[in-house]
Design a protein around this ligand. Structure first.
Ligand SMILES: *Cc1c(COP(=O)(O)O)cnc(C)c1O
Length: 379
């Protein structure tokens, strides 16, 4: 079957969803067929199996599948007892859903600036943002690099705050000498198709060592029910068995896929060294999983259109910082004017090059070649 490309002129696509499917097609087809024949499509054995696989993978006690990464975040906020009016500290240079999840539960999103090199929350700026209403810090492991969880958790402990990891982009990553979940109350995952572990649709999960958080998320995702016909209050946010079965297959490949992403990243970095592009930074001891390979340049828009014209499908993550979105400010739900110059600089200069495990060396080399060509034309 021919692959559907982003456009007729596309030489290097941004995503490789169909390539990935073709690489493991037999296993995926078998997994889907098994669910279809099982007669159990919601809260069935495939979901249980995947939750067990995922908890084992993280080396943590519990994993609960939910409908999306966004739901994972706000269901955890509810599970942790976050109340309307509480404040949640995060960054403005993340996907919109991180702040949206705070707003959904009526909490205020407070934006702390990011570090200029890692793009992750700058721990040295967190304490100045803490008020008597602060309840939680939500570091985002942006682009595939873990935030400095040691520093974040030290601040959290000192001020008695909860920590929730937005790990939508960085499954399989780790920090120097620590893993995801070591310093937090819960780890939230997204399985939407374009994430490093993605299904053919939407999905998410909450991984935690806290029994109470796991139990609350399980109740909340299923109409407040932990027993048939018995309800408290909740929502409908379950992970379908079809997606769970697909994810169990894909989870087995995640390390291999990350290794290939890192190989491509090393190729980009080697090839683009010496240009005027700012390249991703991996602090020593980290495993960057390169959900995105993001370069930065003050003339980003020019580079973007040059590459698009050359048939290279590049994207921007994220060109509008959350506090600069049209609907902002959201009444009492967010800072009116946060001082986050690094987040704003990031929004104005970031550019994501094609990055997925099935990208070929030739495609990466062509992308490098065109970046160099643009760079030379600038002087
Ligand atoms: C994708 C993403 C989310 C939301 O996940 P969905 O599954 O799309 O709801 C949240 N935070 C970050 C950082 C993301 O990249």
């Amino acid at each position: 079957m021919p692959e559907v490309k982003a456009g007729p002129e596309t030489k290097v696509p941004f995503y490789g969803h169909v390539r990935q499917y073709h690489g493991i097609q037999k296993e995926i087809d078998t997994a889907i067929r098994t669910v279809l024949e099982s007669n159990q499509y919601v809260m069935g054995p495939a979901l249980k199996e995947f939750e067990k696989d995922l908890a084992n993978y993280f080396g943590m006690k519990h994993a609960a599948g939910v409908n999306s990464g966004t739901d994972a975040l706000w269901l955890v906020f509810l599970a942790l007892g976050i109340q309307p009016g509480d404040e949640i500290i995060t960054t403005a240079n993340t996907f919109f859903a991180t702040a949206e999840a705070a707003w959904i539960v009526g909490a205020k999103a407070v934006f702390v600036d990011c570090d200029r090199r890692t793009y992750n929350i700058d721990p040295s700026k967190i304490e100045a943002a803490i008020t008597p209403r602060t309840r939680a810090i939500v570091p985002v492991h942006l682009y595939g690099l873990c935030a400095d969880m040691k520093a974040v958790s030290e601040i959290a402990r000192k001020h008695d705050l909860l920590v929730v990891e937005d790990n939508a982009q960085s499954i399989d990553g780790h920090g120097p000498g620590w893993k995801q979940g070591d310093f937090s109350d819960a780890v939230c995952l997204s399985f939407i198709v374009q994430k490093n572990l993605g299904t053919f649709g939407d999905g998410g999960a909450v991984v935690t060592n806290r029994e109470d958080v796991d139990a609350a998320v399980r109740r909340l995702r299923n109409h407040g029910s932990s027993q048939r016909s018995m309800h408290s209050f909740g929502f409908n946010s379950r992970l379908d068995d079809l997606h769970a079965a697909i994810l169990s297959v894909k989870l087995k490949y995640i390390k291999k896929w990350t290794d290939r992403r890192r190989e491509i990243a090393a190729r980009y970095t080697l090839g683009l060294r010496g240009t005027s592009l700012t390249l991703p930074y991996e602090p020593p001891g980290n495993r960057h999983v390169y959900h995105l390979y993001v370069v930065a340049h003050p003339k980003r828009d020019s580079l973007e259109s040059f590459l698009l014209k050359a048939g290279i499908d590049v994207k921007l993550h994220y060109p509008i910082a959350i506090h600069q979105q049209a609907g902002y400010p959201w009444g009492k739900l967010a800072d009116p004017k946060p001082h986050v110059p690094n987040c704003e600089y990031n929004a104005a200069t970031c550019l994501s090059l094609p990055m997925f495990p099935e990208l070929t060396d030739e495609e990466a080399d062509y992308t490098i070649e065109k970046c160099i060509e643009w760079d030379r034309s600038q002087t």
